[in-house]
Design a protein around this ligand. Structure first.
Ligand SMILES: Cc1ncc(COP(=O)(O)O)c(C=O)c1O
Length: 447
């Protein structure tokens, strides 16, 4: 593969864009390939190399790179009619009604422009609604580039995870390990009447992927309810990806008070949203006093893309297709791992997948039951104790091996995976059974 054009573009970019990229995860080593165009499940780079794409824009592209006809038509017509006004439009009501109809926690929804903006607004809403300041987050969880959640450490020793964030932010944030109900109970015992909300992804999708153990979300639900705090599910990744149109909360049967969305709900255009019970959402201005506003919020092109994307999914076999291929991939990778790298753990659900380069192989007897298409924290599985339960378990994996060796080899084989150990990968409606076979062959070679 030649990369001369990408190399030259990166050279130019380094002079005018910090680190040469507009989002830090894109700065792959030694330099990223620059995409010229998408084509179904593939991307083609500036040198004409073609890659089978499982990054899928980090999640938004449920259909791959070709918009279904109704989505394309709606985007084109809304773009050519405006493209935006600073006054409300019918299409934002259509999308709000659609989400409220399908997602259990959502009676009302406010659209914004990114997942980050959604979680910033959700935290402010929870603080305004409860009159409390503290929020509980999961160690290793990610909620975008916001001050209140870029915090690391433990529950009595939290600190900002980036320069530029005053340590006073961390004083109000309590990080706990995911899947550790006892840790959450302890935090509520000590700080119950100061906690505005627990903010968590239903599945940690930016660190692993880490699936919840049985009963964990139910326990968070009980704790928040009994202490007058809100439960916020950050479904920026899992929304309209896990559990289909009902999202992960529908699949797990746990209804949060507030949900944040992003990615798929904007059909590939910049988006975020905060949904939840009406009495909480109505605290936002102008209905209530918690300030929330945005020039581009509810942008007609985004709203049209999101609405037609979700309608298309409701009317076609989209989730059956992507989930079936996701299962085939995870099952196939599980077999390869069992043969070639038994310490590694295959994770994911629905159309998400990843292989965590865990370090210790379980002593699996011949015939002992294992999860056959990715870890779902099944206690009867022989791998249960080795399946990552927390962000720290994933961070303890062979993260350098993923980034420096495995990812590079897969890229050279024409398979574009997320470049670090932490971010999820996604199957789209454009992927085929033949793509899965090709991917498994590449895994066999690279692992
Ligand atoms: C769970 C979660 N929350 C929030 C965000 C931030 O979204 P955005 O990058 O659109 O600001 C992300 C981004 O990947 C995410 O995965």
């Amino acid at each position: 593969m030649r990369h001369d054009e990408s190399r030259a573009l990166y050279d130019r970019a380094l002079s005018v864009i910090p680190g040469g990229v507009n989002s830090s995860v894109r700065a792959t080593r030694p330099y990223p390939f620059f995409v010229e165009r998408g084509d179904g499940a593939h991307v083609v780079d500036a040198d004409g190399n073609r890659y089978l794409d499982y990054v899928m824009g980090y999640g938004p592209l449920l259909y791959g790179h070709d918009m279904p006809d109704p989505v394309r038509a709606a985007v084109q017509s809304h773009a050519s009619e405006g493209p935006m006004y600073g006054a409300p439009t019918e299409i934002e009501v259509d999308l709000a009604e659609f989400v409220a109809r399908h997602v259990p926690s959502v009676e009302m929804i406010r659209f914004v422009n990114s997942g980050t903006e959604a979680t910033v607004s959700a935290v402010r809403l929870a603080r305004g609604y409860t009159g409390r300041d503290k929020i509980v987050v999961m160690q290793g969880g990610y909620h975008g580039a916001q001050e209140s959640t870029l915090v690391e450490g433990s529950f009595d020793n939290a600190a900002p995870s980036s320069p530029g964030i005053p340590s006073s932010f961390a004083e109000h944030t309590i990080p706990v390990p995911f899947n550790d109900a006892a840790a959450a109970e302890r935090v509520f015992e000590e700080h119950g009447d100061e906690i505005a909300a627990v903010l968590t992804e239903p599945i940690l999708a930016n660190t692993g992927i880490v699936h919840p153990v049985d009963g964990y979300h139910e326990r968070l639900r009980e704790l928040t309810e009994s202490h007058g705090a809100l439960l916020i599910f950050d479904e920026v990744i899992t929304g309209f990806r896990v559990g289909g149109l009902q999202c992960a909360q529908g699949k797990f049967g746990v209804t949060p008070d507030v949900t944040t969305f992003g990615k798929i709900v904007g059909g590939g255009f910049p988006v975020g949203a905060i949904g939840g019970r009406a009495e909480i959402l109505e605290q936002f201005t102008p209905a209530g006093d918690v300030f929330q506003s945005g020039t581009f919020s509810g942008h007609p092109v985004t709203m049209a893309a999101g609405y037609e994307t979700l309608r298309y999914a409701a009317e076609n076999d989209v989730y059956d297709h992507v989930n079936r291929l996701g299962e085939r991939l995870r099952a196939g990778i599980s077999d390869i791992v069992a043969d070639q790298a038994p310490a590694y753990t295959v994770v994911g659900t629905d159309s998400m997948f990843k292989t965590v380069f865990t370090r210790e192989a379980p002593d699996v007897d011949e015939g002992a039951p294992t999860c056959d298409a990715g870890c779902t924290q099944d206690e009867s599985c022989a791998r249960y104790d080795h399946c990552p339960k927390t962000g720290a378990d994933v961070a303890a994996a062979e993260t350098e091996r993923w980034e420096r060796i495995f990812w590079q080899e897969m890229k050279d084989a024409g398979i574009f995976l997320t470049p670090n150990q932490f971010e999820s990968q996604f199957v789209s409606y454009a992927h085929t059974d033949a793509d899965v076979e090709e991917t498994l062959e590449a895994y066999k070679e690279a692992l």
